[in-house]
Design a protein around this ligand. Structure first.
Ligand SMILES: NC(=O)C1=CN([C@@H]2O[C@H](COP(=O)(O)OP(=O)(O)OC[C@H]3O[C@@H](n4cnc5c(N)ncnc54)[C@H](OP(=O)(O)O)[C@@H]3O)[C@@H](O)[C@H]2O)C=CC1
Ligand SMILES: O=C(CO)COP(=O)(O)O
Length: 298
């Protein structure tokens, strides 16, 4: 049995922790933003975001594990620097597994968060991409995800289980580009599609554009037809927050009304990413991303 330290009590890191606590000792170290979640867990004896009871080997604590076997970063992209400052407290040899999906700008260049994290810490860094709705995972549904990066074989052995099927892919950068990009494309497909026929058209356009986007960055375009590409796009469109946000746009709602109304307090990574891509004049080079940016900024 391993000792796993999870950083952040957001919905995805908590779902991952619930799954892993069926097999390992798991500690969640909450961020300063997670107070309401922690209060709710303390008063209800379970995490009400999920429909399962609290696993006996799962602990939420502001005391850090000593010498964990694995560190897991599950904050949203806005919290990545907080997570890096936490990682710095642990041994340099402990593997770091990233759940966060996103892109950052470093020295005017856009790079996937996994590459950024790997450049900032000496620890071996791997990242999960691919379809995984947090509630499905926590509630015991079977999930199939892709893992890439340093020490991915040993990390895979640590986290793989009956409900969490992990396959290793070689190209971490392409997997992480796709893990972030699919948020924009799911949002765009949902926003542009007024019918199922239109949705089929926009899904096709999105897959082609994701291939072009990767090829333009010497990435592995064939990964678009794998878990990190079409797999993650489909689940995000059908059950993710980005797809949901796009659905409200399709109904004619304004972005701010959605964020202050039905999606208040929800993490919508596609919105952060399209802003970054537009700021760098990248969104404007890809017709679907350009159309999405025009819709969001009009
Ligand atoms: N790899 C995978 O299989 C999957 C990955 N994801 C990714 O996981 C990430 C987290 O998503 P999810 O858990 O659903 O989101 P949540 O909004 O539930 O959780 C995000 C966490 O990050 C914290 N946070 C936000 N801003 C900051 C900050 N500035 N400093 C410190 N902490 C901060 C949040 O606190 P607060 O809640 O108070 O804002 C919360 O603890 C996203 O990048 C998402 O795309 C999602 C699904 C699957
Ligand atoms: O990344 C996800 C599924 O793999 C979750 O998508 P959302 O962030 O849109 O909910």
């Amino acid at each position: 049995m391993l000792n796993i330290q999870v950083l952040g009590a957001g919905v995805m890191s908590s779902a991952f922790a619930h799954n892993q606590a069926n097999y390992h000792n798991v500690h969640i170290f909450p961020t300063e933003y997670d107070h309401s979640v922690i209060k709710s867990i303390e008063s209800k004896g379970k995490d009400v975001r999920f429909s399962v009871s609290w696993p006996s080997r799962l602990v939420v604590s502001s005391e850090r594990l000593i010498d964990p076997d694995l560190l897991v970063i599950g904050v949203s992209s806005a919290g990545i620097d907080w997570a890096l400052s936490e990682v710095a407290r642990y041994s340099k040899s402990v593997p770091v597994l990233l759940l966060t999906k996103g892109i950052v700008i470093i020295a005017e260049d856009l790079i996937p968060i996994a590459s950024y994290v790997a450049s900032q810490i000496p620890n071996p860094v791997s990242a999960i991409s691919g379809p995984c709705i947090a509630q499905d995972l926590a509630n015991g549904g079977r999930s199939y995800v892709a893992l890439a990066g340093e020490m991915s074989e040993s990390v895979c052995q640590m986290i793989q289980n009956d409900c969490y099927d992990v396959s290793i892919v070689k190209d971490m950068e392409s997997a992480c580009w796709l893990g972030a990009l699919k948020n924009c494309y799911a949002l765009a497909i949902a926003a542009f599609s007024s019918s199922e026929n239109a949705r089929a058209y926009w899904v096709t356009c999105a897959l082609k554009e994701m291939q072009t986007f990767l090829s333009d960055r010497s990435g592995e375009a064939s990964m678009v037809t794998e878990l990190s590409g079409i797999g993650d796009l489909m689940v995000t469109l059908a059950g993710g927050r980005n797809g949901q946000f796009g659905g409200y746009l399709q109904q004619g709602m304004k972005p701010n009304d959605i964020l202050n109304g039905p999606m208040k307090g929800k993490t919508v990574e596609g919105l952060m990413l399209i802003k970054l891509l537009a700021k760098q004049d990248v969104a404007q080079q890809y017709p679907m991303l350009d159309k999405l940016w025009i819709l969001l900024s009009s």
